[in-house]
Write a protein that binds this ligand. Structure first.
Ligand code: COI
Length: 355
């Protein structure tokens, strides 16, 4: 597989920016996109020259495999603006590695660093005015790849499109989140695609989540498909449980995404002297902890959501409320993470990359 492109990025800029039409104070997550996007096509066994061009619709054959077999993967990342107007990425190489793991699992070509990382940096330089300053303001980055080859035969495409679009964003969930623990539906199975950021992983959640929302919950905590006894992910996030002063989160597996926010929070928590136990977390032990008062917090962690506190959960017919503790770990870790991402504190881990 040829992982190198021979030429630099071609750049075609918009004649007039649409930035003045955007109300940056009232953004709905993922609905407004910047002036430009990066597009790179894969044909004849190689990646072509990437282009940065005005954001616009694609034209595609109706038989393209992405429409019929969902051969599609994506990543979620963010860019941050520091007080001095410099622009930063957070652990972008981790997204690149994960994108390519997803690509392998979905029988798609790996994306070279020159396209994913260097192309993204070029795109951000062009659209950096779209990143407002201040904690809570970010530019959400959505790299994705779709199978563009035509023909409804059910086999991998021979043509693909990699694209990066950018969307100014505040947080994904607002307020505290009430969740339902899954006891029938599943998000992923052993040997399946749960660890890949495959589009179908997310659309498969829509129906159970819609039912949960109709019942008054924002999200579902997914359990293992075989026994529904282990707590795995929460909606589109990894999930942490605090029992007394220890944090627990499930190990990554075929069923659980290797979340970059998840692994960052584990390191940040340990750095602050908080004990983190990475092991299967049982529904039963969380219920016992909720009943005896040792369950202090549950929070989701993801790029879009950052750290999202959960204020209560329902299991079968019983609802358990979680009273927010004064010394919330969710808040401590969220503050530590966002300050580091916005360059307000020292980055001793070397996670922030200047563009
Ligand atoms: C992210 O946190 O970036 C995700 O991938 C979740 C997405 C479905 C909004």
């Amino acid at each position: 597989m040829n992982l190198e492109t021979t030429n630099e990025v071609e750049i075609i800029k918009v004649a007039t920016s649409k930035i003045n039409q955007v109300d940056f104070e009232n953004l709905t997550f993922g609905t407004i996109f910047t002036d430009h996007m990066l597009v790179c096509d894969y044909r004849n066994g190689a990646w072509e020259r990437p282009t940065i061009k005005p954001y616009e619709p694609f034209t595609m054959d109706p038989s393209a495999k992405v429409f019929h077999y969902g051969q599609a993967i994506f990543e979620g990342m963010k860019a941050y603006k520091a007080e001095d107007n410099s622009v930063w990425l957070f652990r972008p190489e981790e997204n690149h590695i994960r994108m390519n793991k997803s690509a392998v699992r979905m029988c798609m070509p790996e994306v070279p660093e020159s396209v994913f990382i260097e192309g993204l940096k070029e795109l951000l330089k062009i659209d950096q005015a779209w990143i407002p300053k201040g904690i809570g303001n970010t530019l959400y980055i959505r790299p994705f790849m779709i199978a563009t080859g035509s023909g409804v035969i059910a086999q991998p495409s021979s043509e693909y499109r990699f694209c990066i679009i950018l969307s100014p964003a505040k947080s994904y969930y607002s307020g505290d989140v009430k969740v339902l623990i899954a006891d029938y539906f599943s998000r992923a199975a052993n040997g399946g695609i749960g660890a890949a950021k495959a589009a179908g992983n997310y659309s498969g959640q829509f129906y159970p989540t819609q039912l949960a929302q109709e019942a008054g919950f924002q999200q579902i905590i997914w359990t293992d498909d075989a026994t529904h006894t282990q707590l795995e992910e929460c909606g589109t996030m990894n999930v942490f449980f605090r029992i007394n002063d220890t944090l627990y989160t499930a190990p990554t597996s075929d069923r659980i995404l290797d979340g970059i926010t998840r692994k960052t929070l584990i390191t940040l928590a340990q750095d602050k002297g908080i004990e983190v136990n990475v092991r299967p977390v049982l529904v039963e032990e969380i219920i016992t902890a909720a009943e005896n008062g040792s369950l202090k917090e549950i929070f989701g962690a993801g790029t879009a959501a950052v750290v999202s506190p959960i204020c209560g959960f329902q299991y079968k017919d019983t609802y358990y409320e979680i009273v927010k503790p004064e010394n919330s770990y969710a808040k401590l870790l969220k503050d530590a993470l966002t300050q580091l991402q916005h360059k307000l504190t020292e980055d001793k881990f070397g996670w922030t990359i200047k563009i």
